[in-house]
Design a protein around this ligand. Sequence first.
Ligand code: ADP
Ligand code: ASP
Ligand code: MG
Length: 401
Amino acid sequence: MLIVQKYGGTSVGDLERIRAVSQRVIQSAKQGNKLVIVVSAMSGVTNELIDYANFFSKNPNGKDMDMLLSSGERVTAALLSIALNEQGFKAVSFSGRKAGITTDEVFTKARIKFIDTQAIKQELNQGKIVVIAGFQGVSEQGDVTTLGRGGSDLSAVAVAGALEADLCEIYTDVDGVYTTDPRIEPKARKLDKISYEEMLELASLGAKVLQNRSVELAKKLNVNLVTRSSFNHNEGTIITKENNMEQALVSGIALDKNQARITLRKIKDKPGIAAEIFSTLANENINVDMIIQNIGLDGATNLGFTVPENELDLAKNAMQKILDDEAVIESDRAVVKVSVVGVGMKSHSGVAATAFKALADESINIGMISTSEIKISMIVQEKYGELAVRALHEAYELDKK
Ligand code: ADP
Ligand code: ASP
Ligand code: MG
C-alpha cells in the first residue's frame, strides 16, 4: 500500500518523540508499505516563532512570516529523516517546494493550486521513505508560503490525493474524533466513523483535531482519511462518505476560541452600506462569520459581526478607513463560539430549542445565533465557553451511544 502518514506537533514534540515516530514509520515500512510522511513543527515551535516576530512588530508582513514559520516543519522533517537513515531505512527530507506544492500568494493562509509529484515519486521508486515538511508550499513567484494554522493536515491530504494514496493517516495526541474535545469534556465519546460532511462542519467550527480545509479536500478528492493516536495502537476514527453512521441527531459539539466581535454603531442606514463593509473585509481576506443588523432608527443603524480574533486589528483598521466620523467601532475579544453539529438535525425540529434551554439552565447568555441545516452556532462570553460545551454535551446525551 501507498500510505501518507502525518504526525502533528505533540507527536514530534521532542527528540524522543521523533525517535518513537521513526519506529512507527519503520514498522509500517517493514509491512511492505510505501510511505510518505508529513510532519508538523515540534509542539509550541510555531507559536514561539510568532512571538519572536511580535517582539519586533504587531503587524509583520505575511511574506516574512511565512519565511519564518515554515522553518519549524523543516527542522522536524530533517530530524526524522536523519533518525530513519540512522536505523538503516533510506529516507529523504523535502521542503514544501521540493515536494512540488505550489500555492497562491495569500501569505500565512495560502491555498494549494497544484502539486507536481514527480520528485516524490522518483524517491519512492528508489525505495525511499519521503519525509515532507508540512504546512508549506511555494508561490509561482518562488516565495515560501504557509497554509494556515493546522495546515500540515492539509499538506498530508493534498499529497495523498495527488499521489492517489491508498490511505492518509493523521496521527495526533488523542485517539480520534470525539463527540467534543475530550480535554474539555472527559465524558466525550470517541466516534468510530464520521461523515466528511459532519467532520467538515466540526472542523470549521473549531474542532482542531483536523484542519477544516483538509477535510474539504479529502471529501473532494475522495481520500481515505483516518485519525488516530501516535501514542498507542488503538483504532482511530474513519472519515467516510456515508452519512449519519449512528443515525444520531447530533454528532458533536465544537468550541472556537479564535473569535472576536465587532459592533459598528451609528452607521448610515442606506442601500449598499453592508456591501461596502463586507467587500472591504473580503478584500483583506478576512473571514467574516456571524452577522447581525439591527433595525435602523433615524437613518442610522448598528451592525455586528464576528471575525477570527487574530484578524481583529486588521478588520478594525479596514473599517476605520471606510466609515465616516459619526460611526463608532467597538470590539470584544472575550467571546467564543459554541456549535452543535449533526446531519440528523435536517429532519428534526426542536434541536435548537434544546441548545438554548441547556445554556439558559446554566445562566449563560447567548450573544449571537446562526443556524444551518446541520448546525447551530452561538456566541457566548469566553469564560462560559467550556461550561457551555459540557452543558450541550449533556443535553444531547452524547456520552451515550
Ligand atoms: P496535532 O498537533 O496533532 O495536529 P491538534 O492540537 O491540532 O493536534 O489537534 C488535536 C487536539 O484537538 C486534541 O488534543 C483535542 O484537544 C482537540 N480537539 C478538539 N475537538 C476535538 C474532537 N471533537 N475530537 C478530538 N479532539 C478534539
Ligand atoms: N505548525 C503549524 C501550526 O502550529 C501547522 C500544523 O501543526 O499543522 O499551526
Ligand atoms: Mg493540528
